[in-house]
Ligand binder design. Structure first.
Ligand SMILES: *[C@@H]1O[C@H](CO)[C@@H](O)[C@H](O)[C@H]1NC(C)=O
Ligand SMILES: *[C@@H]1O[C@H](CO)[C@@H](O)[C@H](O)[C@H]1NC(C)=O
Ligand SMILES: *[C@@H]1O[C@H](CO)[C@@H](O)[C@H](O)[C@H]1NC(C)=O
Ligand SMILES: *[C@@H]1O[C@H](CO)[C@@H](O)[C@H](O)[C@H]1NC(C)=O
Ligand SMILES: *[C@@H]1O[C@H](CO)[C@@H](O)[C@H](O)[C@H]1NC(C)=O
Ligand SMILES: *[C@@H]1O[C@H](CO)[C@@H](O)[C@H](O)[C@H]1NC(C)=O
Ligand SMILES: *[C@@H]1O[C@H](CO)[C@@H](O)[C@H](O)[C@H]1NC(C)=O
Length: 586
């Protein structure tokens, strides 16, 4: 940036600058006049010789320098600075052409704490690269490092606190890399390398490490114990890799972990017990993965978790107890998933989240909101339902949220009938208008009108276009091997096409045998009635569960009650009969 700026300095000012840089003395912080070489500028104890196209360092450096900047020059090795070296605490050699690190060249820098070698041409870290020295901050980002020898940082083990190796070509971390414990290392950056697999015990020895960045590597395999030994680690960044599952195998030993960042991977599975070792976790980011379901076990043990990000996945199933243990959760992001069914046919998934303050549900194709949808969310302050083509909202759906401050809604699909009459006034009373853009799609007369401009008396129920369940499926018990069917019917005043689906234990039955019928019911006006029959052939115990039909049209979905199927073996029945006859004869 500033190189560019310099080249645009007008000619007159350049002459002035030339005049000034000819001054060989400047005033240091102590007021004493100090020697400053003409190629450099000096402020306090810092001498800045960056951006001078230097191929070597000015001769006779003054003895007062403590910090030296030589970045953006053409140096191709670590310079010999003579006696000045011994008191330097910082040297920046970023953006040069240094190709090799060598312990002899570094030896004179006995007070050095910060060494910046980023953006050079270093390709190898050999085991003798560093002499014993007191380095605390070492930056070797953006070089060409493809190989590191085990133990290359051993001589820095009692002082090094920050090590940046990001943007190199590292493809593997050697076994026993940190074999001499790095007692002080707190931050290690390995992001943007080419590590595809992390073996067990790779980081053993990093006893003080607090954060590890290893995102953007293309990691597809984390072996069991990959992070074992990182017993102080609080932040682990694994975003933009190719991970497919979360398991306790690779989380083993991360007992202090507070933040785990896993966004932009290919995770489709969270193994049961995954969090056994990570009970201190306060933030978990799983944005942009392939999760399709959240099971009862998905978040077990995370009682301190405050923020959970699951946006941009494919979640379509949330088990009833999926969030049960998350007693500290205050922010939950579920945007851009497919959880319309969970919201529309609420089965208590959110009810345990009584500390939740922020819930993002935008982009989930939610069409209707029942009055139980958010029950239990008594502390909610911010609810985002934007980008859902919502058609109906039952009265009192939000009424238990006494602390609600923001409700975001944008829909142009509302079914503006008598059921929705309450909404405009409620929005106004609660001062949510600024977040809400809601207009009617039905009835025809109100189409396109904002709910705030519709007259109260125009919210009427002349028809019922949304399907209404008329026949509920029935609970039954069956003998193993027999055929079973469930029947479900719904009626609607609209001739918009119906779709039928069946769910078992809240999950869609995709391969089921289903028959659907439509018939005109004539009494009480022309009404279409639809029946769907689910057939289960030769049932066995795996068919046991709760069955439910979902009947949808353009105006929304209706969910039947859940009918339970129990399956008995013939043997059990024979045994019961036998026992009965046996006792009666005895
Ligand atoms: C380094 O600092 C020490 C102590 O302040 C001083 O005695 C010594 O002269 C300095 N070295 C150089 C080369 O100036
Ligand atoms: C970097 O080092 C390689 C040899 O390792 C050399 O061929 C290349 O020219 C160097 N690049 C620069 C910019 O100095
Ligand atoms: C550590 O430093 C010492 C002396 O500075 C040197 O002799 C030794 O080779 C170095 N060891 C490693 C592993 O770099
Ligand atoms: C990640 O996995 C996908 C699919 O398996 C593959 O196409 C892609 O190249 C992988 N990316 C990296 C960086 O390995
Ligand atoms: C809601 O708003 C967003 C952005 O303002 C827009 O992209 C989206 O189409 C809107 N959705 C609906 C259902 O109106
Ligand atoms: C409301 O939504 C409509 C249609 O989606 C859009 O044209 C309009 O700009 C939105 N208004 C506001 C205030 O966002
Ligand atoms: C179950 O249905 C199949 C296929 O229609 C039929 O062949 C079979 O006889 C039926 N079983 C019973 C016990 O009714």
């Amino acid at each position: 940036m500033s190189a560019v700026r310099q080249s645009f300095i007008p000619a007159r000012i350049s002459i002035l600058l030339l005049l000034f840089s000819g001054l060989e003395y400047s005033f240091g912080i102590y007021g004493k006049s100090r020697f400053c070489p003409s190629q450099c500028s000096c402020v306090g104890d810092l001498m800045d010789c960056s951006r001078r196209k230097l191929e070597k360092v000015p001769e006779q450096l003054p003895g007062w320098i403590v910090q030296l900047k030589l970045s953006n020059n053409n140096l191709d090795f670590i310079p010999d600075l003579g006696p000045v070296s011994e008191n330097l605490t910082l040297i920046s050699l970023a953006h040069n052409k240094i190709g090799e690190l060598n312990s002899e060249q570094l030896k004179p820098f006995q007070s050095l704490e910060t060494l910046d070698l980023s953006n050079n041409n270093i390709s190898k870290l050999k085991s003798l690269s560093f002499p014993s020295m007191n380095l605390k901050y070492l930056y070797i980002s953006n070089n060409r490092i493809s190989s590191m020898e085990a133990g290359c940082f051993d001589n820095l083990s009692s002082t090094l606190q920050v090590l940046k190796l990001n943007r190199n070509k590292i493809s593997s971390i050697p076994h026993k890399m940190f074999k001499l414990s790095q007692l002080r290392l707190q931050h290690l950056d390995l992001s943007r390398n080419r590590i595809r697999k992390v073996d067990g015990l790779t980081f053993q020895g990093l006893v003080a490490l607090k954060s590890l960045k290893i995102q953007r590597n293309g990691i597809s395999k984390l072996m069991d114990g990959a992070f074992w030994g990182l017993s102080s680690m609080e932040v682990l960044q694994l975003d933009y890799n190719n991970l497919t599952e979360v398991s306790k195998g690779w989380l083993y030993g991360l007992v202090m972990l507070q933040q785990l960042h896993l966004s932009q991977n290919a995770i489709s599975r969270i193994r049961h017990d995954a969090w056994e070792f990570c009970q201190k976790l306060s933030e978990l980011d799983l944005t942009s993965n392939q999760l399709a379901r959240l099971d009862e076990s998905s978040f077990v043990g995370l009682s301190l978790l405050g923020k959970l990000h699951i946006g941009n996945n494919k979640v379509s199933f949330i088990a009833d107890g999926a969030f049960r243990g998350l007693s500290s959760l205050y922010a939950l992001d579920l945007k851009n998933n497919e959880i319309s069914w969970t919201i529309e046919d609420m089965n208590g998934a959110f009810s345990a989240l009584d500390k939740l303050r922020i819930l993002s549900l935008q982009g989930n194709r939610i069409r209707s909101i029942t009055k139980k949808a958010f029950s239990g969310l008594d502390a909610l302050e911010h609810l985002d339902l934007g980008n859902n083509a919502i058609m109906s909202i039952q009265e009192n759906a939000f009424s238990q949220m006494k602390k609600l401050l923001e409700l975001h809604l944008n829909t142009s699909s509302l079914l503006c009938d008598c059921q929705l009459k309450w909404l405009p006034q409620w929005v106004v009373d609660n001062q949510f208008q600024t977040f809400i853009n809601a207009s009617c799609a039905h009835p025809q007369l109100l189409k396109g009108k904002s709910i705030f401009t519709v007259n109260q008396d125009d919210f009427v129920c002349d028809d019922f276009p949304k399907p209404q369940i008329t026949v509920q499926p029935e609970t039954q018990s069956a003998i193993k091997g027999s055929n079973v069917s469930f029947i479900c019917s719904a009626a609607s005043s609209s001739d918009s096409p119906m779709t039928f689906a069946w769910k078992k234990d809240n999950e869609a039955l995709n391969e089921a045998e289903i028959e659907n019928y439509a018939h005109l019911r004539t009494q009480g006006g022309d009404v279409m009635e639809y029946t769907t029959i689910l057939r289960l052939r030769a049932v066995d115990f795996s068919n046991e569960g709760k069955y439910q039909c979902v009947i949808s049209n353009h105006f929304g979905s209706s969910y039947s009650t859940k009918a339970k199927l129990t399956v008995n073996s013939k043997l059990t029945i024979k045994a019961i009969v036998y026992l009965l006859t046996d006792t009666s004869s005895g």
